[in-house]
Design a protein around this ligand. Structure first.
Ligand SMILES: [Fe+2]
Length: 216
């Protein structure tokens, strides 16, 4: 008995066949190169300043990931870099139309790439809802993207305090907003302390990741 062939898409779904696809032919569908991320930046109209910021976040996150690998943490440096490059993909949309940019960006990354690890980093780059412990778990992909983002003020590498001072000026419009920013700073200090302990890196909090000249 022969296997029935799948029915062709009909009606309004037939139009979906014309959507642009990323150039993934000939390699793992889950591996994302910088050019794939740049294609998504273009598709979702990411402005230049967010592209520069994202490149810096990727540089910082990648540095941390390489050190984590030396500590035998199981993670993909490529995924960490791609996730950092894409972490603010939903930012412009949320500024124009509302919604949580982390969730919007993560949904787009899942739909476009099917790489759930990369999407997870996008989803959690604002807040980590679970416990922070100074073991290998503090070097998970989302944690590295989360921390790297908080060390990048626009396209400049800064300390957590400098980054959060800037957030307060821009977003601390009322008491509740200031409380929320303070809570986020406290969480990031906990992440930083965990990373310093686990990675054995005492000067991490002030390290500049040799970023001069990185962002063109
Ligand atoms: Fe960011």
């Amino acid at each position: 008995m022969s296997t029935p062939s799948p029915k062709p898409l009909a009606g309004k779904f037939a139009a979906l066949c014309g959507l642009p696809a990323l150039p993934l032919a000939g390699r793992s569908p889950n591996k994302l190169y910088d050019d794939d991320c740049y294609a998504l930046w273009n598709k979702y109209a990411m402005p230049e300043n967010i592209r520069r910021h994202s490149k810096l976040v990727a540089h910082i996150a990648e540095n941390l990931a390489e050190l984590a690998l030396q500590r035998h943490v199981a993670l993909s440096v490529d995924d960490v870099r791609a996730s950092a490059l894409l972490h603010d993909l939903g930012k412009m949309y949320s500024l124009r139309f509302g919604g949580a940019h982390a969730a919007i960006g993560a949904a787009w990354v899942v739909a476009e790439t099917h790489n759930y690890a990369v999407a997870q980093g996008v989803m959690h780059h604002v807040y980590w809802p679970w416990e922070i412990v100074a073991d290998a778990t503090c070097c998970q992909l989302p944690m590295l993207v989360l921390y790297a983002d908080k060390r990048a003020r626009h396209d400049q590498c800064v300390t957590l305090d400098e980054r959060f001072d800037d957030l307060k000026v821009r977003y601390g419009k009322n008491e509740e907003a200031v409380r929320s920013i303070d809570a986020s700073l406290a969480q990031m200090k906990a992440v930083e302390a965990a990373l310093m302990t686990f990675l054995g890196w005492e000067g991490l909090d002030a390290y500049t990741f040799t970023c001069r000249g990185l962002v063109d």
